[in-house]
Design a protein around this ligand. Sequence first.
Ligand code: NAD
Length: 418
Amino acid sequence: MPEKRPDAFANALEQLRIASERLKLDEGIHRMLREPKKVIRVTFPVRMDSGKIRIFKGYRVQYNDARGPFKGGIRYHPEVSLDEVKALAAWMTWKCSVADIPFGGSKGGVVCDPKRMSQGELERLTRRFTAALGDAIGPDVDIPAPDVYTNAQTMAWILDTYSQMKGKMVPAVVTGKPIALGGSLGRDAATGRGAAICTREAARVNRMPLKGASFAVQGYGNVGSNYAVILEAMTGARMVAASDSRGGIYSKRGLDPRKVLAHKEKTGSVVGFPGGEEVSNEELLETECDVLCPAAFENQITANVAKKVRAKVVIEAANGPTTPEADKILDGAKVFLVPDILANSGGVMVSYLEWVQDLQRLRWTEDEVNGMLEEKMTGAFTQVHKEAASGGVSMRTAALVVGVGRVADAVKTLGIWP
Ligand code: NAD
């Protein structure tokens, strides 16, 4: 029987409980942080290419904005659920706080199967979803960005629809948009780059040489592929395995991250890459390697999988890839795990830089953006690592203590009005 995977939001609440306990949070503040501030659920019609009308369901969960406007991606997937979007919105809140950028947290999703939809259908779905959200989004209110199966083009459609409704161009309403529309250089690769920086820092504090070290990536999409290409160039580490929704590939001698990407772009999958031995996604997680980077979805490293993980370092580029039970097992096995709210915060850090450029009509070079990302990422890593070392806790608990602690401070200081 397949192992039962816990609800993502239950995981998020359990993590919040652990952080609240360590922070000795007031019970009332803890209760406030357990609930999203606003949950928006919309249904809307889209005319499909066949001429038929289909009704879609979409969500936007605005979790907490005590530290600034809500910020979070939009996901298109057949299994999007309110539970999942709530969890992702909570994690965005702690993530923006760990990154120390002036945003709260939110997340959105539409239940659909983008792989079976044409560009025209996706455009009409995006525009109608944007119209349904109306003034719930905006540059000072809530700023969407890409997530799983949404991209810069999706953001362009949101930007255009929102701007048409406002009668003026409002580039700062979304981040992760095309450069031509006010997107930031460096945003596309920022999440992968941030995760690569975290890997370098994790190796440094563990005195683990990365040159020639092996790594495996689950989910060779935007985040996973950029991570692999940048980590190899930055440190000389060698990718031994990669996977996507169709399966995985393995080679002890190493796989060229750029060539694997080119193969995926050409054929739609990493599977079939010349020189790679086929492996399942589960086998990939159990691969013998120094660094394991889950970069696909939630709940991939379950308790059963965790017992078989052989990596010394886990870099959570995906959101919520490890269940709380698995977390305990990895912790017990002394695996150094860099948690999602730190490891994948490079994306929202550069989203913040994009938003600032839009609001101030500035343009920074890619080197300037990467330089600021490097400084912010190493700063956040160092702070979390210090907290872990001084408290004798895991990097996950330390990141939550830093993230939840700052949000709790803001909530408490704002007070309750009226
Ligand atoms: P993406 O759509 O570009 O890539 C997802 C990849 O995962 C695809 O290659 C897909 O084939 C693969 N995949 C799907 N199901 C899989 C499975 N069962 N096993 C292995 N691979 C599977 O999405 P992305 O933007 O790269 O996001 C990946 C993860 O990173 C998500 O958890 C997302 O929330 C998180 N994240 C993304 C960003 C960002 O800037 N894009 C920022 C922070 C966090």
